[in-house]
Write a protein that binds this ligand. Structure first.
Ligand code: ADP
Length: 318
């Protein structure tokens, strides 16, 4: 497809991301090199903000700027720049919305990076994450930083603190790869938040602290096996399990095929398995999860991914 750029336009790309990775609820996130959203932001002569969405699941994505993660980001950036410019925002979705793979976050991150360039704001990565997290209000009802942090910075991130925002990026072992399965079932991100417990049992809290620490220890020790041990969540996953039929069956299949650990990706329904690619075939794990879903009559899409790059500019026109 040939896309004609206007007077001043910026085109960006941002990756799919997986949040939580088991016990790291709202804290861990990883960018994936397999799927992405592409965004073109162009100045308009009038003062209208016009959003067009194409690609995966585009028909279900709202076009009003206040209800679209990209639109909210653009409005926030204009506010920060003190500008009233009209904008045309074209979103090319490579990531299905509501997949648990950070679809709305990718649009938000790509738009934040594009607007930063377009308006010459020179925001730091942390500031870009803050703005992109505001965009997430359009999808989750409140600002969330886990997916957008990974989508902006790339690789694996952990959120140290939300206010003030502080994010650490860590390199994963070279043999840490991911097998993912995206089933054809719907999980509403807002419902997945509503089913969460308001209070946490102390035993489960101790369990999750141990597991999240184990995941980071695995990274520090360069051991995918130890990272995998850290992916067992005693709080969030049990509360959401009923939203994904066959979850335990699919998790068992992944582990049997050699995954080091497996968890719901974000709020689901995707399931992500961590695989030591120096010892196991990542595709085999993805296919085992697909077969396990098929055994209970659910079709799904298997994917393989490595930690990916963050949001970046791919074209600009002055
Ligand atoms: P997930 O993280 O599970 O992939 P999302 O964060 O994509 O889920 O949330 C999907 C919700 O966000 C849908 O209700 C969708 O309509 C809404 N949404 C708003 N703006 C966008 C956007 N630009 N891209 C994708 N989804 C969006």
């Amino acid at each position: 497809m040939v896309i004609t750029l206007g007077l001043r336009a910026v085109e960006t790309i941002a990756p799919a991301t997986s949040a939580n990775l088991g016990a790291g609820f709202d804290v861990f996130g990883v960018a994936l090199d397999t799927l992405s959203d592409r965004v073109i932001v162009e100045r308009r002569k009038d003062d209208i903000i016009k959003i067009e969405v194409y690609g995966e699941g585009s028909s279900e994505i709202p076009l009003e700027p206040e209800k679209n993660t990209a639109g909210l980001v653009a409005l926030e950036m204009l506010k920060r720049a003190g500008e009233k410019s009209g904008l045309s925002i074209k979103i090319y979705k490579g990531i299905k919305p509501g997949s648990g793979l950070g679809s709305s976050a990718a649009s938000a991150a790509a738009t934040a990076v594009a607007m930063n360039d377009l308006l010459g704001l020179n925001l730091t990565p942390t500031q870009l994450i803050e703005v992109a997290a505001i965009g997430e209000i359009a999808s989750a009802g409140s600002p969330h930083a886990d997916n957008v942090s990974a989508a902006i910075m790339g690789g694996f991130i952990l959120i140290v603190s939300r206010d003030p925002l502080e994010v650490i990026k860590m390199n994963l072992p070279r043999n840490a790869e991911f097998a993912i399965v995206l089933p054809e079932i719907k999980v509403d991100t807002r419902i997945a938040r509503l089913v969460l417990p308001k209070q946490v049992d102390l035993t489960n809290m101790v369990h999750n602290i141990g597991r999240a620490a184990t995941f980071i220890a695995g990274i520090a020790l360069n051991s995918v096996e130890i990272m995998g041990k850290g992916m067992i969540d005693a709080v969030i996953e049990p509360a959401r399990a009923h939203l994904i039929p066959g979850l335990n069956h699919v998790k068992e299949a992944a582990l049997k095929a050699g995954a080091a650990g497996v968890a719901i990706s974000g709020a689901g329904p995707s399931i992500i398995a961590l695989v030591d690619s120096s010892r196991r075939d990542v595709r085999e794990v993805a296919l085992a999860m697909k077969d396990a879903f098929m055994e209970i009559g659910i079709r799904s899409r298997p994917l393989c991914a490595r930690p990916g790059e963050g949001a970046r500019i791919i074209r600009r026109e002055l």
